[in-house]
Design a binder for this molecule. Sequence first.
Ligand SMILES: NC(=O)c1ccc[n+]([C@@H]2O[C@H](COP(=O)([O-])OP(=O)(O)OC[C@H]3O[C@@H](n4cnc5c(N)ncnc54)[C@H](OP(=O)(O)O)[C@@H]3O)[C@@H](O)[C@H]2O)c1
Length: 214
Amino acid sequence: MVVAIAGGHGKIALRLTRLLTDEGHVVRSLIRNPDHAGDVRAAGGQSLLCDLEQVDVEGVAEAIEAVDAVVFAAGAGPGSGAERKQTMDHGGAVKLIAAAQQSGVDRYLMISSMGADPDATGEDTFTVYRRAKGLADAALTGSGLDYTIIRPTRLTDEPATGRVRIGEGLERGAISRGDVAAVLAVSLGAPATIGKAFDLTSGETPIDEALAAL
Ligand SMILES: NC(=O)c1ccc[n+]([C@@H]2O[C@H](COP(=O)([O-])OP(=O)(O)OC[C@H]3O[C@@H](n4cnc5c(N)ncnc54)[C@H](OP(=O)(O)O)[C@@H]3O)[C@@H](O)[C@H]2O)c1
C-alpha cells in the first residue's frame, strides 16, 4: 500500500511510518516544516510539504494523489488556542476528507480523541477541541469514505505493549503512542474496521484480536 500521513512528523505518525515501511508499505508524509524531512526519512517515509491550514483542497488532493489510504495524524497540539482547534483539528481533517473525495482515495483513518463530541457546549479551549474533533468525526462518518475513527485516551511515550482495550464509552486511562500506531497499522490491513469508530485505551487484548472483535 501507499499511505499518506497528514501531520507526518507527529509522534504517532513517525511510529506508524516505521511500522508500515518495515512491512514494505510506502509512506508519504505530509509535513509543513522542511526541517522535519530528515526525521521522516530516518523512519522510512518520503516527505512532502503540505500545510493543511495553508494549502487549499486542490493542493491537498494533489499531495495525496494515487495513495491507497490517508491517515489524519495532525493536530494543533497542547500549546494552541481555540482558533487553531478550529483551523487544524477540525478544518484540517475536513480538508483532508474533501481532498480524499476529490482524489478518489476511499480509505481514511482518523486519530480522533476520547471525549470528541460535536455537541459539546462551552468556549474553553478543551471544549472547543472536543467539539472540533467531534465535528470532524461526524463529517467523516457522513462522507461516504471507508473510514475508521480511533479515539485514544491520554497519550504517553511509554513502550508499546501490543495489548489494548477497544470499545464504546471506555473509562479514561492512558495508552502509549506506539500502541496507537500499531492499532492504525493493523486497521489499515483489516477491512472489518471499515465504518467503525471506537475508544482506545491500554488493556490486555492483543491488537489484532481486539480489532477482529469489532
Ligand atoms: N495528547 C493526547 O493525550 C491526545 C489524546 C487523544 C488524541 N490525541 C490526538 O492525537 C493526535 C496525534 O498525537 P501526537 O502526539 O502524535 O501529536 P503531535 O506529535 O503533536 O503531532 C501533530 C503533528 O501535526 C502537525 N501539524 C500541525 N499543524 C499542521 C498543519 N497546519 N499542517 C500539517 N501538519 C500540521 C505537527 O507539525 P508541526 O511540528 O509542524 O507543528 C505535528 O507533526 C493529536 O494531534 C491529538 O489530536 C491526543
